[in-house]
Design a protein around this ligand. Structure first.
Ligand code: PLP
Length: 637
């Protein structure tokens, strides 16, 4: 666990148990020992058809822990409640969840269900997200906010106004000045009094990767001049009382509470000014940005960590708003936040299998002997070989590398010209590798092939180089004997993970075990990607037509296994992903079936039937490697 820093990024939800497996603590620090869930047991139940109650789902697999989601929501709520009470703040906190972070039905429904006790609402940024939020919030608290962000057209604004007619506490947040005219016109047509918010650009700037939307030139929000024009227009139409919410978003992963407080103070002053100008302001919506400690460093200098806790965050927000409002003699507003990453990141774990690993480069000498090989080389190549040997004897590592590279290049040239055979070329590779090993500069990092698509399941690694904790979920009581990078199934050189938290360029990994190994995992080697519950699922594409993983939802239960699988959904099949690209799997199947019948030899009706049933299976299976194919690869070749 020290090797993989589990205690840093994993606390308080993940730890390593006495069997060397990852243990999930569904209620964080409040989890009792018998409530801990062994992740390997969950994976076996989901994937092994032979395990008792096994579901036979294909990997990769997302495991959602609903209790963790609940605990995150409750932690956020109680951090704000404490900050409000301890600072005698005279209004409450009621957050919204930005559904874009993870629109999965079970995630959104869980959040509405768990959050209804404390008026937790939803934030939408597009029309389908709004439709989803509207229907989900019908089961939520009547006071829960439905915040409508993003660029809007007439249809979006009409939908939001319909939501108000349906008694959902909907706020249309103006992202652009032009949206106001539509709101005024459509609300008249529909005879609804809108509740309007506006998103303000702030002058402060969060300089990290996730801060590019902030600052005066940021993509979203209204400038000071635009805000003043909006106020004037609303006043002109007798609608200034409709303006009730001020929104801003500093950026995701806000690194420090100092930057946060600076932004909140600036926005609070705008809030107070809007009251001075006659708006009926009630809510300040501080956007998202509550950060996650992906690398466990608790450092504001790391882009993937933050130097504060949820409690520090809430305290800083309440303090900043209170001080500005008190100074202006303004009633304290309801505080809303749109934390996404901080709510959903921890609850889901992506589990996948490493199925094989590249061998260390071969260092066998050829059966035909060194002398014979040398006789085939040109004078120049031979000179390189002699220089290489001499440098190796003198232990001049750098010189060795130079001559080895030169020798290889000359031999490749000879091969291309036809004066060197394939066996000789392989022998030269082996020779160079042997020399490197002898002087200790050999690269011992192996490629572990994983049954996964980086583009589908970890798109932020590919797109913006974001790092997530990735570690084996078992055998953590064994010292790993290798180091490796992870290479995915796609035919794409970017489809690999070669950077890991802590700045490492390879990961300590275990050797594969034989399928009959004593630990009962059938030689399987499972890895988990943690803290990826936000953004990764919706951002992922279908490169190489690898679709999403299977998904299960798990809840803590008292009993022998300490968990129950409450929903299980297989990932998209080959047919499903083909359909996404407008192919028609049913028609494709018929074409291939006819072809099989056409080419079946006389009396071979069974043959064409078995081809057809094999084809049907392939259309129905997920695109990833399946059991036996991957197992047969497990011997490190
Ligand atoms: N609200 C808005 C307007 C956003 O743009 C974002 C994401 O960048 C969020 C909320 C969620 O932010 P986070 O996931 O950092 O909490």
């Amino acid at each position: 666990s020290i090797l993989y820093r589990v205690d840093g990024w994993g606390a308080p939800y993940f730890t390593v148990n006495s069997s060397g497996n990852i243990s999930v603590l569904p209620y964080g620090a409040d989890t009792l020992p018998h409530q801990e869930i062994d992740l390997l047991k969950v994976v076996k139940k989901a994937s092994d058809p032979k395990a008792s109650g096994g579901l036979g789902l294909q990997l990769p697999l997302i495991v959602r822990f609903s209790d963790v989601l609940k605990n995150r929501l409750e932690s956020l709520q109680s951090a704000f409640s404490f900050a409000v009470q301890s600072q005698a703040y005279e209004a409450h906190y009621q957050g919204v969840y930005p559904v874009k972070c993870n629109q999965d039905r079970f995630v959104v429904e869980d959040i509405v269900k768990f959050g209804s006790l404390f008026r937790f609402g939803l934030e939408a940024g597009s029309k389908p997200e709004l439709l989803m939020a509207m229907s989900c919030l019908c089961k939520g608290s009547p006071e829960a906010l439905l915040v409508c962000n993003g660029f809007k057209d007439t249809e979006y604004i009409s939908l939001a106004l319909v939501a108000r007619k349906l008694h959902l506490n909907t706020v249309i947040v103006l992202e652009q000045e032009e949206e106001l005219d539509i709101v005024i016109n459509v609300s008249r047509q529909l005879c609804v009094r809108p509740v309007i918010g506006l998103r303000s650009k702030l002058r402060i700037k969060h300089s990290g990767h996730f801060g590019s939307t902030s600052g005066e030139k940021g993509k979203f929000g209204l400038t000071t001049t635009q805000i003043l024009r909006v106020v004037k227009k609303l006043e002109h139409h007798g609608m200034l009382d409709c303006l009730q919410l001020l929104h801003f978003h500093i950026g995701s992963q806000i690194p420090s509470t100092a930057l946060l407080a600076d932004g909140v103070r600036e926005a609070s002053q705008i809030y107070c000014e809007l009251i001075r100008l006659g708006a009926c302001m009630k809510v300040i919506d501080i956007g998202g940005g509550l950060g996650i400690d992906y690398d466990g460093s608790k450092s504001q200098d790391s882009e993937i960590s933050v130097g504060y806790s949820i409690e520090d965050y809430a305290y800083a927000v309440v303090r900043a708003i209170k001080s500005v409002c008190d100074r202006n003699g303004v009633k304290h507003p309801v505080i809303c936040s749109e934390s996404g990453r901080a709510i959903v990141s921890h609850h889901s774990v992506l589990v996948f299998q490493a199925v094989s690993a590249s061998s260390y480069a071969s260092s066998e000498m050829p059966s035909f002997g060194l002398q014979y090989l040398l006789e085939q080389l040109t004078e120049d190549a031979l000179a390189d070989y002699r220089n290489l040997s001499a440098a190796a004897i003198r232990h001049e590592y750098d010189t060795c590398l130079v001559y080895a590279e030169q020798l290889k290049q000359r031999c490749v040239q000879q091969f291309k010209e036809g004066s060197l055979g394939m066996e000789h070329l392989a022998a030269v590779d082996g020779l160079c590798e042997m020399m490197s090993k002898a002087i200790g500069v050999s690269d011992n990092v192996r490629s572990y092939h994983v049954n996964l698509s980086v583009f589908t399941s970890i798109p932020d690694f590919w797109g913006i180089g974001q790092l997530f904790p990735i570690i084996p979920i078992h055998r953590l009581d064994e010292r790993p004997a290798s180091r490796g990078i992870l290479s995915d199934l796609t035919c794409d050189s970017d489809g690999k993970i070669d950077k890991f938290i802590g700045g490492e360029s390879s990961l300590p990994l275990h050797e594969f075990e034989g399928s009959g190994s004593v630990n009962g995992n059938g030689g399987k080697y499972y890895l988990g990607m943690f803290l990826g519950g936000a953004y990764e699922e919706a951002l992922g594409g279908v490169h190489n037509l690898f679709g999403g993983p299977s998904v299960i939802q798990v809840m803590q239960r008292d009993g022998p296994h300490s968990f129950a699988v409450t929903s299980a959904i297989p990932g998209p099949s080959c047919g499903d992903v083909l359909r996404m690209m407008q192919h028609e799997p049913e028609v494709m199947f018929e074409i291939l079936k006819h072809r099989a019948e056409e080419f079946a030899d006389n009396g071979e009706a069974n043959g064409s039937m078995s081809i057809a049933s094999g084809l049907a299976r392939s259309f129905n299976n997920m695109p990833y490697l399946v059991g036996s194919a991957s197992c047969s690869l497990t011997a490190a070749n």
